[in-house]
Design a binder for this molecule. Structure first.
Ligand SMILES: *[C@@H]1O[C@H](CO)[C@@H](O)[C@H](O)[C@H]1NC(C)=O
Ligand SMILES: *[C@@H]1O[C@H](CO)[C@@H](O)[C@H](O)[C@H]1NC(C)=O
Ligand SMILES: *[C@@H]1O[C@H](CO)[C@@H](O)[C@H](O)[C@H]1NC(C)=O
Ligand SMILES: *[C@@H]1O[C@H](CO)[C@@H](O)[C@H](O)[C@H]1NC(C)=O
Ligand SMILES: *[C@@H]1O[C@H](CO)[C@@H](O)[C@H](O)[C@H]1NC(C)=O
Ligand SMILES: *[C@@H]1O[C@H](CO)[C@@H](O)[C@H](O)[C@H]1NC(C)=O
Ligand SMILES: *[C@@H]1O[C@H](CO)[C@@H](O)[C@H](O)[C@H]1NC(C)=O
Ligand SMILES: *[C@@H]1O[C@H](CO)[C@@H](O)[C@H](O)[C@H]1NC(C)=O
Length: 636
């Protein structure tokens, strides 16, 4: 029986095992260890925070005369902010706050776009597959003068608008002809007959666009592409989403966001359609800022929001804690929907997803979900790093940070470069101190599992022997193609890397590995056992047309199974304090406990744990205590 994608295993019969912390690291996408539970207590993180503050102090004092800068980071596992830095510029406008802190209110521009998306994802009456014309039928009349200049409104879905895949124009609000006194005709542009040009925008000196204006103007602003072709940033798409919220709920956009998001999350310093009441004292208003008190009419949902560091942190944290959407919907939301030309940048709804392999010591691929925003002299970015359960915000405003709007992303990068490597260290330190590492044994089955960490991703399986068989060194023999080719009888390729990565399958259950019936948490991890050498991977990378062609973990994580159970599944049992008390292999039906631990209770470890019925869905009844061995001193 030929099997696809086993070539990495079989092709790499080379003998030499290279150092485990490989340059060509290929864990599954996502967290490789549990996100640190107490990062603020970790000395490496503390040192990183100290030096990041010093770096910012130096940079800000040298560069910022009139710009305020607020940078914060928070782990969802701790109460307070992990990092909190604010710079008050020496030159101020005399309006608003004179002391910038985590409650300072700024405009956040297009960070606003997260709000209509979330409101619509929360609305069970709206599907992202619905055509926009279901809510805004008047768009059908917004036809261009020819097919090439026209939009196929019935083919544009809510999801297309959310992911900038509608093909619609970027804007009608920044049309040069809104300012007829500008130098345009001197620059080769034709005259616009009086009274026929664009008449609304919301920018200084222009009239606000309302819904009628926006829909009318859409007839005259041709699309860029047909829908779902390639992402192009669209403010009008988000203005339309604001109108969809109103049509779907028969409430104003402002009311819906206030009730379903700001009030629920306690975001008292956030608002649409004008600043919050406390803006007069808490708002930061740069010198010569002309947008601070504008409302944007139909473009509010695209960029009108006011917010503070504390509020954006609350918002990001609520997303990561699955408090604004269910776990399944949140995970779906935190996915890309389209690539861009930049291999490091993809687009979601409306996430701007930065992909990097330079932030962690193992150089693995890490995705950072951001949304940026700019309005006048205001610039903001919120970043979610789900792998570390971390939210980072940068909000800034003023002349210096406006010379290069991307400053906010450069400031974010400085923060991530300091914090992420330190958090990575903290997750390793916690894995060790919470007893994920060490030697675990099952005396009744003569089985041993040894786990360590190194500078690579995940936990390292340094030895695994089950019922006297050296399971780890012969892992590639658990394969039908190996059986068929007889490779198992010959020398199976030894593993070059054997690592464990956490999954998010987790359940609270009554302990059966101790006798006191305390509750424990069981979390499934996956072993990824690779037999390809660095040289073999390098060669494959050269032979395959796409980047990282040898990185095929996602193809292979669930290949080896026995009696319906994956050989790669390892269930970590942790006590209330998060310490590992046992590791189970359902497929091998072995429970390993820390060598020297007081009580060992072996049991059937089939699937179905976490159900309270005491019986597995697959009929492998569990919870049968078959042996108690008392060894040594109790540790926990
Ligand atoms: C990670 O990348 C950096 C920069 O490219 C390099 O110096 C370092 O050796 C790499 N580390 C690993 C573990 O591959
Ligand atoms: C969905 O629509 C129905 C009928 O219009 C309405 O009664 C219900 O409240 C709506 N549900 C939500 C979540 O808006
Ligand atoms: C939009 O404004 C125009 C005047 O500029 C007005 O005639 C129209 O009724 C307004 N539409 C809405 C939906 O308020
Ligand atoms: C709610 O529906 C009524 C009747 O169709 C309409 O007049 C009103 O403008 C709607 N309100 C909002 C906020 O959309
Ligand atoms: C906004 O503030 C400026 C002063 O900075 C003031 O001249 C202007 O009238 C205000 N505009 C609005 C709409 O309140
Ligand atoms: C237990 O397994 C080891 C190999 O891991 C083997 O050397 C030893 O003989 C086994 N002991 C028993 C009692 O079977
Ligand atoms: C222990 O876990 C069970 C589920 O297995 C749950 O029903 C029960 O509430 C938990 N007890 C405590 C004290 O957390
Ligand atoms: C698993 O092992 C236990 C003994 O530890 C045994 O009672 C049970 O029948 C085994 N289950 C399976 C499916 O082999």
């Amino acid at each position: 029986m030929p099997m696809p994608f086993t070539f990495v295993v079989t092709a790499a019969a080379a003998v030499l095992a290279l150092p485990l912390a490989s340059a060509n690291v290929c864990p599954p996408l996502g967290p490789v260890l549990l996100a640190p539970r107490s990062p603020g207590q970790n000395p490496i993180v503390k040192a990183a925070i100290g030096s990041l503050k010093a770096t910012f102090d130096g940079q800000m004092k040298a560069q910022m005369k009139a710009s305020a800068v607020s940078v914060a980071a928070k782990s969802i596992h701790e109460d307070g902010l992990l990092f909190n830095y604010h710079f008050t510029p020496p030159t101020q406008s005399g309006l608003g706050t004179t002391n910038v802190d985590e409650d300072t209110i700024y405009r956040v521009g297009s960070v606003s776009k997260l709000m209509p998306v979330l409101a619509l994802l929360q609305d069970s009456n709206v599907s992202i597959e619905d055509p926009v014309t279901k809510y805004l039928p008047a768009l059908r009349n917004a036809k261009g003068s020819s097919e090439v200049l026209s939009v196929e409104w019935d083919d544009i879905t809510i999801g297309a608008l959310m992911s900038h895949l509608s093909g619609l124009s970027t804007d009608t609000a920044q049309d040069l002809a809104l300012y007829p006194t500008g130098p345009w005709t001197k620059m080769g542009l034709p005259e616009v007959a009086k009274g026929t040009g664009p008449s609304c925008s919301g920018l200084p000196g222009t009239k606000l666009c309302n819904a009628t204006d926006l829909i009318r103007d859409m007839a005259r602003r041709p699309p860029i592409y047909r829908e779902f072709t390639t992402p192009v940033y669209s403010n009008v798409g988000y203005a339309l989403l604001g109108l969809v919220v109103e049509a779907a709920t028969n409430q104003t956009f402002k009311e819906v966001i206030q009730k379903s998001i700001f009030d629920v999350l306690g975001m008292a310093s956030s608002s649409f359609d004008g600043p919050p009441k406390s803006f007069a004292e808490k708002g930061f208003i740069p010198v010569k800022e002309s947008t601070w008190n504008l409302t944007l009419g139909a473009f509010e949902s695209s960029g009108g929001m006011f917010s503070s560091t504390n509020d954006l942190i609350k918002f990001g944290e609520a997303i990561l804690e699955h408090r604004v959407l269910s776990g399944a919907k949140t995970r779906k939301w935190l996915q890309p929907t389209a690539h861009t030309t930049a291999t490091g940048f993809s687009v979601g709804a409306p996430w701007e997803i930065g992909r990097t392999n330079t932030l962690t010591p193992d150089n693995r691929t890490l995705d950072v979900y951001t949304k940026t925003g700019d309005l006048g002299q205001y610039h903001a970015v919120i970043a979610l790093i789900p792998d570390y359960d971390l939210v980072v915000t940068v909000i800034c405003a003023g002349a210096e940070v406006s010379r290069e709007p991307v400053s906010r992303t450069i400031i974010l990068t400085t923060a991530l470069r300091a914090l992420i490597p330190a958090l990575d260290q903290a997750s390793r330190a916690e894995a060790s101190s919470n007893a994920y590492t060490g030697t675990f044994t099952s005396a009744s089955t003569n089985s041993t599992l040894s786990i360590t960490t190194d500078s690579g991703p995940g936990l390292v399986i340094s030895s695994l022997s089950i019922r006297g068989f050296n399971t780890l060194s012969q892992f590639s023999s658990y394969s039908l193609s190996a059986l068929e080719s007889g490779a198992a009888a010959a020398a199976p390729p030894p593993p070059t890397s054997a690592r464990l990565y956490p999954s998010n399958r987790r359940a609270e259950t009554i302990s059966t590995t101790t006798t006191d019936n305390t509750n424990v948490t069981e979390t499934a991890w996956r072993a990824v056992i690779d037999t390809a050498t660095e040289d073999a991977k390098k060669k494959l990378d050269e032979q395959i047309f796409y980047n990282d062609g040898s990185c095929v973990t996602w193809f292979g994580m669930d290949r080896g199974a026995y009696n319906f159970l994956s050989l790669a599944d390892f269930v970590f049992v942790t006590d209330k304090g998060g310490k590992v008390t046992a590791v189970r292999s359902p497929a091998f039906n072995v429970t390993f406990v820390r060598t020297g631990d007081e009580v060992i209770v072996d049991r059937d470890v089939g699937v179905g744990q976490g159900s309270t019925s005491g019986a597995s869905k697959r009929g492998l009844g569990w919870g049968v205590v078959v042996g108690v061995v008392v060894m040594g001193l109790g540790l926990s």
